[in-house]
Design a protein around this ligand. Structure first.
Ligand code: RFL
Ligand code: PHB
Length: 391
């Protein structure tokens, strides 16, 4: 098999890249380890920056997003049993949209299938070869167990944090920067209307909690738990009791309901630099991850895909390497802003095991300052709604 760009991974990064390249008339093949059903169902992120929404719309995949996405113009920081609203739109002129990542993924898979462009699901043993030649290759086993080779002009590693493409990088030529956190998030999806019309980021003496949503009928909630926590130890009743304690505020009632899904996600910050090795380029979680507190991961994946699609389109039509050469630096500027913001939100809102009362008073002071100073609130809002993309 032969293609211009071999794309490993059908998450937001791989699917947005494939779609934008298709619009440019460039052939791609997407290889995905999981089944089509699994990828379309997997619950992940839920907050789209305005630029992400604008890009999906401009690329012709925004119709359902426009109908079903929930535009939000503010969020709450909750502490001292009260809400402190950050009016995102008043402060920045921009907004966010709540729309599940798997809905974005479904829309992109539908668009690709409607265009008759290939996605191979349930592939295995993916390996990337000859990264520094002008004919990189991907070997894999297809869903029928047949060994295949895809010869490409470029390979895009969009295979997430546990992907294999990164292993084609020469270790001596790349650097990994990382930070761990001594806690994880237990997330649930529940069939119950949201208890508040906006997101609530709650700082409590018992640890962090987050109230989010997916639709007028479905609520998404998270609890900070120790890193080694086992999901079996959290019955639905225990989860609701803990959420009620951490989200407690005067005049607030938490609506509970059937729990549809629950899982625990570890938290880390990681950046791989540079994001390119020869003709293999990484995008999204394959190159960088952030803790979910800033709601940045999916938005970064989409931003990388836009920058990469332009670099590849330029090279393939003009043979000019300028945008390929600047790809990593261009993406990393946005990545590091999001890394800092996600680390900051995480540090401000979570209980750390070795925090003493002095540290907790510093956190509260920081939160009070953030909600009472227009300058500080604007800084949070600017980062939360995200940097504009050059569309
Ligand atoms: P993905 O989505 O992980 O997709 C990678 C794809 O590659 C496939 N794959 C392989 N395919 C072939 N061969 C292999 N060897 C392969 N290895 C892996 C995988 O099956 C998968 O389909 O990466 P991508 O595209 O870079 O997208 C990144 C986002 O998924 C991620 O950053 C976000 O979900 C992070 N995130 C959030 N981001 C936001 O922007 N806003 C949020 O509100 C937000 N909340 C979250 C989040 C992530 C969370 N979890 C579960 C980590 C909340 C949570 C709880
Ligand atoms: C979500 O709705 O899943 C969500 C919202 C905000 C975050 C993380 C996750 O910071």
């Amino acid at each position: 098999m032969r293609t211009r760009v071999g794309i490993v991974g059908a998450g937001p990064a791989g699917l947005v890249l494939a779609h934008l390249l298709h619009l440019e008339g460039i052939d791609t093949v997407v290889l995905e380890r999981r089944s089509r059903e699994y990828v379309r169902r997997r619950t992940r992120a839920g907050v789209l920056e305005q630029s992400t929404v604008d890009l999906l719309r401009a690329a012709g995949v925004g119709a359902r997003l426009d109908r079903e996405g929930m535009p939000h113009h503010g969020l709450s920081l909750r502490f001292d049993r009260a809400d402190h609203r950050i009016p995102l739109t008043d402060l920045t002129g921009r907004s966010i949209t709540v729309y599940g990542q798997q809905e974005v993924v479904k829309d992109l898979i539908d668009a690709r299938e409607a265009a008759g462009a290939p996605i191979l699901f349930e592939v295995d043993d993916v390996a990337v070869h000859d990264a520094t030649t002008d004919r990189p290759r991907i070997t894999f086993t297809d869903a029928d167990g047949v060994a295949r080779t895809l010869v490409c002009d470029f390979v895009a590693g969009c295979d997430g944090f546990h992907g294999v493409t990164r292993s084609a990088f020469a270790p001596a030529r790349s650097e990994t920067y990382q930070r761990g956190y001594p806690f994880a998030w237990l997330g649930i999806l529940a069939r119950t209307p949201p208890s508040h019309h906006e997101l609530i980021y709650a700082y409590s003496p018992r640890g962090f909690a987050l109230h989010s949503m997916r639709s007028p009928e479905i609520t998404r909630l998270y609890l900070q738990v120790p890193s080694d926590e086992r999901i079996e130890d959290w019955s639905d009743d225990r989860i609701w009791d803990e959420l009620a304690l951490r989200l407690a505020a005067d005049g607030f009632d938490l609506r509970s309901g059937p729990v549809l899904e629950k899982s625990i996600t570890s938290m880390r910050s990681v950046v791989v630099e540079p994001m390119r090795h020869g003709r293999v380029l990484l995008a999204g979680d394959a190159a960088h991850i952030v803790p979910p507190t800033g709601a940045k991961g999916m938005n970064l994946a989409v931003a990388d895909a836009l920058v990469l699609s332009r670099a590849l389109a330029r090279y393939l039509s003009t043979r000019s390497t300028d945008l390929l050469d600047s790809y990593s630096d261009t993406c990393l500027r946005r990545v590091w802003r999001s890394e800092h913001f996600s680390w900051w939100m995480t540090s401000a809102l979570h209980r750390f095991p070795d925090d003493d009362p002095f540290q907790q008073r510093l956190q509260l002071s920081q939160l009070r300052y953030t909600v009472s100073s227009v300058a500080a609130a604007t800084s949070l809002a600017e980062n939360y709604v995200g940097l504009p993309l050059d569309l």
